[in-house]
Design a protein. Structure first.
Ligand code: ARG
Length: 568
């Protein structure tokens, strides 16, 4: 973006000090009064050149000041060079970056290999628990980020819809289901049966055998079992879909573990033939890793011949690679499965498969600031209930704000705020750390929260409504910038970089942080500078900044799976 500056910097350094084999890097200072861009090149070059950093910085500052786009430069601190750009240069950069972003989004997607994102993936026959929100929204926001950059993306829901738990459920249904249908039991009824099975099996271990036999019947294609299984899958999907809709989550494919039922045999045969799968105890098949890999053996077929989660995940890789030829497969899954994925990836490579980049995108555990949430012991905290609770609390917040919040549709505002608060509360935290769940913080109007972002967006839209203009282009002539305008402009300019960084590192909170900064800088600008009461080009310029802010906030929020209101 600032090639002319980089070229000039290199030229002047070379003239003063001879060939300099280091590229000048630019930073974007956050604080006002430090320029639009800055470099610490003088500091890192000082040693190599045997000069004082400030001496080098002086040379740089003097030469950069002569670049047409530059307003002024200064040497600061131990040897930083801060550069202020002319308003036109900043505006031109903003325009160019918008154009580049649009081109990217339209994506020369054709011919590009997609990125597969495996997320949400609940186990069926149970209602979604609060912890499911993590994989679900982190995964969805990564998919949104990739798509926004024109990278084709396949989002897949790898449902846990196969395995011995079905045998257990079938046995429980038969014994204690009182002849009810799956539909009438619902998710809660099914969960209760499943829990009951475990209680009873502690007293009577033979139930486990019954469950295994029952699952085998399912595997062998028994009609009644198939029908039952199908009903459970349908009922689960229907209940889960309601939640996905509220979270703005969707998939390109729902391919659960059952999808791989007939795709495991060839993989097992291949593994045996290549001597990667070797006999373990009692006739099981395992992968034994060489010492230096420091991985425990990985079971791929049980001693009774049954396949496992691992077997299905291997078949899944094979299928995905053959079907989509992806450039990467990302698994957005709880850190508890770290070992599984290390073994899985290592096995794929020992099979000699030509696999793409495979990554386990881990996230931390959820911690509750509110003790009452973690202590409802035994019972899972259902995601749907937590969503409802969030919306109820949002309604209270709206009521408490009285006249300051204006809406013609309180119910949908509360839904947007409550669900947004939850989602943003998660996505604004570093996913690698424990994720702290704190109602007050999530619903606050002041801090780094969804309501703050939503309110800022609505405020910007409200200014635009009152301005009653159709279009808000930047005026041709902008001679001087106020400090708050300069900061805001720079946030807008750096939005694509924030998106790219969040996408590249698979860290949505980096985008959230940027949006938070943008909100703060917009509100500072709004409080200091008159917008509607300004005149001529100044008014036009400030309206353009306001419109850009609103658009960026909306786009950014949507990347984080949120929605923002026009009024509030
Ligand atoms: N169903 C699994 C669970 O709830 C997560 C599946 C993740 N995806 C995968 N390909 N293994 O723990």
């Amino acid at each position: 973006m600032f090639d002319a500056l980089t070229t000039e910097a290199h030229k002047s350094l070379e003239k003063a000090f001879g060939p300099v084999l280091e590229e000048v890097q630019w930073q974007y200072p956050r604080e006002a009064g430090r320029g639009d861009i800055a470099t610490s090149a003088a500091l890192s070059l000082a040693k190599k050149l045997g000069k004082q950093p400030r001496e080098i910085a002086q040379v740089l500052a003097a030469s950069l000041a002569s670049v047409p786009d530059v307003e002024r430069t200064e040497v600061a601190g131990a040897g930083y060079v801060n550069v202020w750009l002319k308003p036109q240069a900043l505006l031109a950069a903003l325009g160019a970056s918008r154009k580049a972003q649009a081109t990217k989004a339209k994506g020369h997607a054709k011919g590009k290999r997609p990125v597969i994102i495996d997320y949400s993936a609940p186990n069926i026959a149970k209602p979604l628990g609060i912890h499911h929100i993590l994989s679900t929204v982190i995964g969805q926001s990564l998919a949104n980020l990739y798509r926004s950059e024109g990278i084709p993306t396949v989002g897949i829901n790898h449902l846990g819809d196969w395995g011995t738990q079905f045998g257990k459920l079938a046995v429980a249904m038969e014994k204690w289901g009182a002849g009810k249908t799956v539909a009438s039991l619902g998710m809660d009824g099914l969960l209760a049966l499943y829990v009951r099975f475990h209680e009873e099996a502690e007293k009577d271990p033979s139930l486990e055998q019954e469950a295994l036999a029952s699952f085998r019947k399912l595997e062998e294609g028994d009609d009644a079992m198939r029908t039952f299984w199908n009903e459970v899958v349908q009922a689960t999907m229907a209940s889960v879909q309601r939640i996905y809709d509220r979270l703005h989550v969707s998939f390109d494919a729902v391919q659960g573990e059952s999808f791989y039922e007939d795709k495991m045999a060839p993989v097992i045969a291949e593994g045996k033939e290549k001597n990667v799968f070797v006999p373990g105890e009692e006739g099981a098949l395992i992968v034994a890793f060489p010492e230096e890999e420091q991985l425990p053996p990985y079971m791929v077929v049980k001693s009774d011949g049954a396949t496992l989660y691992a077997t299905r995940d291997l078949a899944t890789i094979r299928y995905r690679v053959d079907t989509w030829h992806p450039q990467a497969i990302l698994y957005v899954v709880d850190v508890a499965q770290q070992l599984h994925f290390r073994q899985l990836f290592a096995t794929a490579s020992r099979l000699g498969w030509d696999v793409p980049h495979l990554e386990h995108v881990v996230f931390g555990r959820m911690r509750f600031a509110d003790a009452s949430m973690s202590t409802r012991k035994g019972n899972i905290l259902k995601l749907e209930d937590v969503l409802d609770e969030a919306v109820r609390r949002a309604r209270e917040v709206i009521a408490a704000h009285g006249e300051t919040i204006q809406t013609d549709d309180e119910a949908s505002l509360a839904e947007m705020m409550g669900v947004g608060a939850l989602v943003y509360g998660i996505l604004s935290q570093n996913r690698k750390m424990d994720i702290v769940f704190d109602w007050d913080k999530m619903l606050s109007f002041e801090g780094n929260s969804a309501p703050y972002l939503q309110y800022t967006h609505a405020r910007a839209r409200s200014v635009l409504r009152k301005a009653a203009v159709k279009k808000t282009p930047f005026p041709k002539d902008v001679s001087a910038l106020q400090p708050s305008e300069r900061l805001l402009l720079k946030d807008l300019l750096l939005f694509p970089a924030a998106v790219e960084e969040a996408r590249n590192t698979h860290m949505p909170h980096k985008l959230a942080n940027h949006l938070y900064q943008l909100c703060q800088d917009f509100n500072a600008f709004y409080n200091i500078e008159p917008i509607l009461k300004a005149e001529g080009d100044t008014r036009a310029f400030r309206l353009a900044l306001t419109a850009e802010t609103a658009d960026v906030l909306r786009a950014g929020a949507e990347l984080l799976t949120m929605r923002v209101p026009d009024r509030m």
